[in-house]
Every structure is written in structure tokens, then in C-alpha cells.
Design a protein around this ligand. Structure first.
Ligand code: NAI
Length: 334
């Protein structure tokens, strides 16, 4: 198949080329994000390969369909950025990478917990400047602390297992109880109870209409004073402005983010020479108790290799059977 691969960076190309070594598909790499203005760059492609901040709304899907595109393969597990109803109505199949390495994201969430707790971001800068004072770097033992896991699918379950290894007590909240989490001793409770009882809350649910701004001002008020919040799921799960207010009052003790509501205009690019125009993001950067990474949870060798291989598998299956190996259907969002 001829595939227009949007939002491509060097590393995407390297791993996709390796997975497509047999040369069954012609992959055209585009650095640009997929949006109305860049649809034409798909050229004669029959399929489009997209990443998390590409736009796949009805307008873009209609334009792609008009050019002959019949398949969208996502290089992600999340599919909140795709208008699945519009895709179904147009007859465009959508495939995704349901699982690549839950460890990659779970371990990154743990990295954020450890960095925030032991103030590694501050210690690193201090030591480089010859400042070996410890004031302000006080952390706490993780053993015996209560960790709330919101969403106990593949990533949340791995995160829970690692935190159980630290000797933490686990609270969980999800529509479906996961036997592996129950086996770790996790207690499933309503969200309110999880928020009130946790020293650390980590978000691992998908972004859906139900989970948009799940962590809003009311939810933040239910959290323990001084607790830590970590989000490696999708930016829209938390109300960023409400979180800033909670940080300003000191009610929220610390915040670790790998995702941000408006990350589409920021992440995956080098903007170091440009003026930051997002005032909300700029405010977040001013807090000493906030650590932000630019959506790198997935960024391990194992995960990139698996994403590339599953993407090629989706293309192979569509070429052979007219259906991607891992389809996303409209029922999944209702
Ligand atoms: P999964 O589908 O295995 O698990 C999601 C879990 O969330 C399920 O247990 C589901 O029941 C639960 N859930 C659904 N609605 C909920 C609600 N209202 N409240 C609480 N829980 C709810 O997905 P997986 O693979 O664990 O990924 C989770 C999310 O992590 C993805 O949807 C994606 O947004 C994000 N992600 C982030 C990455 C990064 O690089 N930072 C990379 C990969 C995924």
C-alpha cells in the first residue's frame, strides 16, 4: 500500500523502515502534522498513518476520503483524536496499536513520582552549580503510602505492580475490576474515596466524553492536602486551569505531567528558539513542584519497535483482507 506517514520524526522513520524491510508498503514520510492544510500532502496515498496530535475530525476525514484514502492507521493506543462516527460513515477503516509496551508508560509515570518526591529536577540543577545544600529537597518514603490508580487497564496495572513493589497500599478506580490488580491487594473504590485517601494519584484512563476534566476543581478539592497528581494518560483528563489554582493555594502538593490539554501546538518539536505563546503552559513551568515531560511515556526502544511492527501488521491485514489487524470501531467510544 502507499501510505502517507504524518508527524514523522527521524526515530519513527528508522523503526518503520526496519518493520517494513520486506518493502511490501511504500511509506512517504511527512514531518507535518495532519490538518486541513496538509491533507493534500498525502498525494496518491491509499492510507494515512497518524500520531496523537494529528487532526482526524470529520473535515479532515472527508478531505482524505475525497483523495481516495480508505484506511487510517494510528501509531498510538489512544484514539480520542479520531471522529470514528465520521470515519464509519465514509467507509474509512481505522486501525491502532492496542498494546505496545505498557511498561514504557508505567515506568515513566513512576519516574515522575520519584522525581517529584525526591526533587531530582532541583537537585540536578543545584549540584551542577556547586550548591550541595539539602534545604527544600525533603522527600518521603514511598513504603506505606497510599497510591490511587485511576484506570487499571494495561498501563495502570503495570504501574500498580511497580508501586506495590515499593510497599505502597493501592486504591483503584475503573469501570471494570482487573483481577491482576485485585491480586496485588488493590481495593476498588469510588473516585471520591480514591482521591480522599491517596497520597499519590496517577491517571491511566483513556480520554472519553466521560473522563474529560475528570480531575476538575471539585475533584481536586477532594484530594488530600499536599498530595501528588501524575498524568501520563491524555491532557484533557485534567482541567489544567483548576490544577494551577490548586497548586497556587498549596492544596495540590506536586504535579507530574507527560501530557497537556493543548499539547498539539507544542510537543514533539524544538521550539527553544521561539516565544512561548501558551500562557497556561508558561504558568505551569513557573512552579518548583511541577515536572513536565513532552509526551515521552511511550518513548522506549521496545515500544517504538512494537508500534512500527503493529502498524505494518495493520497495513498487511488491510491489504489482504480489507480490514486492519487491530481495528477501532465506532462502538468503542459510546
Ligand atoms: P487500556 O484500555 O488497557 O486501559 C484503560 C483503563 O481505563 C481501562 O481499565 C478502563 O476500564 C479504564 N477506564 C475507562 N473509563 C474510565 C473512567 N471513567 N474512570 C476510570 N477508569 C476508566 O489502556 P492503556 O493501554 O492502559 O492506556 C491508557 C491510556 O494511556 C491510553 O488511553 C492513552 O490515553 C494513554 N497513553 C499514554 C501514552 C504516553 O506516551 N504518555 C502512551 C500510551 C497510552
Amino acid at each position: 500500500m502507499h501510505v502517507a506517514v504524518y508527524s514523522t520524526r527521524r526515530y519513527d522513520r528508522d523503526f518503520l523502515e526496519r518493520a517494513n524491510a520486506a518493502g511490501r508498503h511504500r511509506l512517504s514520510y511527512l514531518e507535518a502534522r495532519l490538518e486541513p492544510a496538509t491533507v493534500a500532502a498525502a498525494g496518491e496515498a491509499d492510507a494515512v498513518c497518524a500520531f496523537v496530535n494529528d487532526r482526524l475530525d470529520a473535515e479532515v476525514l472527508r478531505a482524505l476520503h475525497g483523495r481516495g484514502v480508505r484506511l487510517v492507521v494510528l501509531r498510538s493506543a489512544g484514539f480520542n483524536h479520531v471522529d470514528l462516527a465520521a470515519a464509519a460513515a465514509l467507509g474509512i477503516a481505522v486501525g491502532r496499536v492496542p498494546a505496545y509496551s505498557p511498561h514504557a508508560v508505567a515506568e515513566h509515570a513512576v519516574a515522575l513520582v520519584l522525581a517529584l518526591n525526591r526533587k531530582i529536577h532541583k537537585a540536578y540543577a543545584r549540584v551542577r552549580e556547586g550548591n550541595f545544600a539539602l534545604d527544600g529537597l525533603l522527600g518521603f518514603d514511598l513504603v506505606g503510602r497510599t497510591v490511587g490508580v485511576v484506570g487499571t487497564g494495561q498501563i495502570g496495572t503495570v504501574f500498580a505492580r511497580i508501586m506495590a513493589g515499593f510497599g505502597c497500599t493501592l486504591l483503584a478506580h475503573a469501570p471494570v475490576q482487573e483481577p491482576a490488580c485485585l491480586a496485588l491487594g488493590a481495593r476498588y473504590v469510588p473516585l471520591r474515596e480514591l482521591l480522599a485517601g491517596s497520597d499519590i494519584v496517577s491517571l491511566h484512563c483513556p480520554l472519553t466524553p466521560d473522563t474529560r476534566h475528570l480531575i476538575d476543581a471539585a475533584a481536586l478539592a477532594q484530594m488530600k492536602r499536599g498530595a501528588m497528581l501524575v498524568n501520563t494518560s491524555r491532557g484533557g483528563v485534567i482541567d489544567t486551569r483548576a490544577v494551577i489554582r490548586a497548586l497556587k493555594t498549596g492544596h495540590l502538593g506536586s504535579l507530574g505531567l507527560d501530557v497537556y490539554e493543548e499539547e498539539g501546538d507544542l510537543f514533539f518539536r524544538d521550539l527553544s528558539g521561539e516565544v512561548l505563546r501558551d500562557d497556561v503552559f508558561a504558568r505551569l513551568l513557573t512552579f518548583p513542584n511541577v515536572v513536565i515531560t513532552g509526551h515521552q511515556g511511550f518513548f522506549t526502544e521496545e515500544a517504538l519497535a512494537a508500534i512500527a511492527q503493529t502498524t505494518i501488521d495493520n497495513l498487511d491485514a488491510f491489504a489482504a483482507e480489507g480490514r486492519p489487524r487491530h481495528p477501532v470501531s465506532v462502538e468503542r467510544v459510546v
